[in-house]
Structures are given as C-alpha cells and as structure tokens.
Unconditional design. Structure first.
Length: 389
C-alpha cells in the first residue's frame, strides 16, 4: 500500500543529515559534559556553541540570545512566566488571543489564577487577531503581549510586525510562538520586533525533545521555572541535551538553505489541494486566511461528517492527515481555534488539516485527492447529521 504523510504541522521526520550529525554525539568520544573542564567537555561545548550560532543565524539574532530548551512548550512557558514575574512590580496585565496554542493559552490562564490580569482577544473568521484590538486592550499595567506567528490549526499568519511596533512604542515585552512558522517562512526577530520567540526542533525535520527560546538582549526577563546549575548562562538549569541541540542546529541551518524555493513548491501543491477540494466537493469550507497562510497548510471543514471518520478512512488507504477535533476521555471536543473563529460546533467537528512537507510530491497530492473525494461521498451517504442536498 502506498503511504503518504501529510501531517507535518504535528511533527516531521528527522532529516538524514540531521540524524548523521546527532549520531556523532551518541557514539565515540563525543559524550562529555559541556561544563566539564577537560578535552571531552571542551569539544562538546564547542559543538553546542556552533549549534547556537546556527539557530541564531536562522532568525537574525546573536548567539548569546539563544537558550536551548526541551521544546516549544517549555520555551513558551519560560518566556511567559519569566516576563510576567520579572516585571510584576511594573504591572500585572498580559494580552494574548483565543487562537493560541495551548502551551501559551493555558499558561496565561494559569497566571490569571495567580494574581495576574489577563485579556484573551477574539480572532476574526480567518483566525487572525487584529492589531487594533491589541492596541485597545493595552493599559498602563500591561507588561506582556504574547501572540503566535502562524496558527497551527488553520495556518493563518498573524500581523506580528505591526503588533511588534505597537509593543515597542509602549515599552511592552512581546513574545511570539514561532513553532509553526520557523523554517517555513522568514522569521527575523528585528523585522518582527519581538523580545522573546519560541521554536521547536521536531517541526523542522529535527529531533523531538529540543527547542530554543530567543531572549533579546536588554529584555527584562529572569528564569523562574528551573533552579539548579549555571547552564545556558544561568537561564536554563540542567545538563544540556547535546545530540538534540546539535540536531536542532543542523535542522535550523537546513531550514533556511532552500526556504524560498521550497515555499514556492509547497504553495503550488497547497493551492492545488484547496482548488480541488473546494471546487469538487460540495458543502466544504476552507478555514484560515485565503492568502496570509503558511505555504504548506490547508485546512477545511466538511458538513455532515466528522473529521475523525475521514482520518480513519484515509489512514486505511495509507494517508496520514489530521483533524482539529480531538477525542478526550471518550468525548469528542471541537477545536478551540475553530470555535474562536465563529465556526459552529457541528461544522467544527468535520475538520481536516493537510500540512505538506519536503518529501511530498504532485503524485502524492493526486493520490490524496482521488482518495478523499469518494471517502467524503461514502461518509455522507451514511451520515446521520443531515442531508447533502
């Protein structure tokens, strides 16, 4: 059976060149602790420095502004907690939006139970937050704005540079979750005007369990989550994950190598999927912004059927995609992002997300489309939810 993976927003396969780089630090003499004062430690410390420089170069930062973490969730938590508690005497107000990843949204909500005031802004029908709404929400107690660069569920790209200029003019710390955008579209910390920025290795053909947090020099931020040694310039205690860090560095280097060419290729395939599904299948809605969206990302809501059913049937045909719906404790809950966009519960249940990657081909797209259309027809024929007429 043909197998096609089109769920790259969930995770990506490790690039062989990344794996080869990591393997050197899983075998042989490259096992030292980078904090050790001998040749085994010094050589590994040099590898960490090189990886830090690669990550910094990929986002237009200085290598001293990069802190390695265990992934996007930790980076988001470190950024938000660190900014909130460090600046608590100045104010206690945090602004975010309703379409954020749970790593941000739940962190902000948790702080709301610990004495902080929080504003969770609405998004429009495309899943985009308006800079004007951010401006209106700012008070003299606002200390942090945290908005994602691109949405993981619908692919919409947020007006980050505009919000960054707004935050800078008010001297408010600005954090951006760039986990989905990094490696797919240009991410430059100066052009975006961010103080803090989160990335993750496994979204860019790197390993799981490693990420990075950019902290702009001069930002009032202090580590509040971990207590221990002096690693990462006192910003993240704990012995470094050397194979993961080296892998992230290589993945970052490769991500920006052919970004423009790969973005153009994926955009063409993405648009082919969007045109075919919206043109050949009735009662379907494209979700996310029609233009300002990630080049590899297409997301839809189908009437009268459930996304989970589509996923199961696609999987039986060798196709791995995803849905905004999630099954938790036997209860199907629609995506909080889709609901925030004003999509009704019953339609949000019929979500299908297709996220392409560098191994996908035109033939993959044709096979997916030829497979999906009869699946939709079959499911609608037996659907108890309504008529397709």
């Amino acid at each position: 059976m043909r197998r096609i993976y089109i769920d790259h927003s969930a995770t990506t396969p490790v690039d062989r060149r990344v794996a080869d780089e990591m393997y050197r630090f899983l075998t042989g003499d490259n096992f030292g602790n980078p904090s050790s004062q001998h040749s085994f430690g010094w050589s590994v410390n040099e590898a960490v420095k090189e990886a830090r420089e690669k990550v910094a170069r990929a986002i237009g930062a200085d290598q001293r502004e990069i802190v390695f973490t265990s992934g996007g969730t930790e980076s988001d938590n470190m950024a938000i907690h660190g900014a909130a508690y460090t600046n608590q005497k100045k104010g206690n107000h945090i602004i975010t939006c309703a379409a954020e990843h749970h790593a941000v949204l739940n962190t902000v909500k948790a702080l709301g139970k610990q004495g902080f005031e929080t504003t969770i802004l609405p998004v429009d029908a495309y899943g985009m937050v308006r800079a004007e709404d951010v401006e209106k929400a700012i008070t003299d107690r606002t200390i942090l704005i945290t908005i994602m660069h691109a949405n993981n569920e619908v692919g919409t790209i947020m007006p980050i540079a505009e919000i960054g200029r707004l935050a800078a003019s008010r001297k408010i710390i600005f954090h951006v979750d760039a986990v989905q955008s990094f490696g797919k579209i240009p991410v430059d910390v100066d052009e975006l005007g961010v103080n803090l920025l989160s990335i993750s290795g496994h979204k860019v053909y790197g390993p799981k369990g490693v990420g990075a947090l950019y902290i702009r020099k001069g930002t009032r931020w202090k580590q509040t989550l971990f207590h221990g040694g002096a690693q990462e310039r006192l910003r993240r205690a704990g012995t470094e994950n050397i194979p993961g860090i080296v892998g992230l560095g290589k993945a970052a280097e490769l991500a920006i190598e052919n970004m423009e060419e790969e973005s153009s290729r994926l955009t063409r395939l993405r648009d082919k999927i969007i045109e075919a599904i919206t043109g050949r299948i009735a009662h379907v809605q494209l979700t996310g912004h029609p233009v300002l969206r990630l080049p590899n990302h297409a997301s839809f809501c189908f009437e009268y059927i459930e996304g989970e059913s589509m996923l199961l049937h696609l999987d039986m045909e060798g196709i791995a995609a995803s849905s905004g719906s999630a099954c938790t404790s036997g209860s199907l809950e629609p995506s909080h992002v889709l609901l925030a966009m004003g999509i009704p519960h019953e339609l949000a249940h019929g979500n299908l997300r297709v996220t392409l990657g560098k191994a996908n081909t035109e033939e993959d797209v044709d096979y997916f489309l030829d497979t999906l259309i009869p699946i939709v027809e079959k499911l609608r024929d037996i659907s108890p939810y309504g008529e397709t007429e």
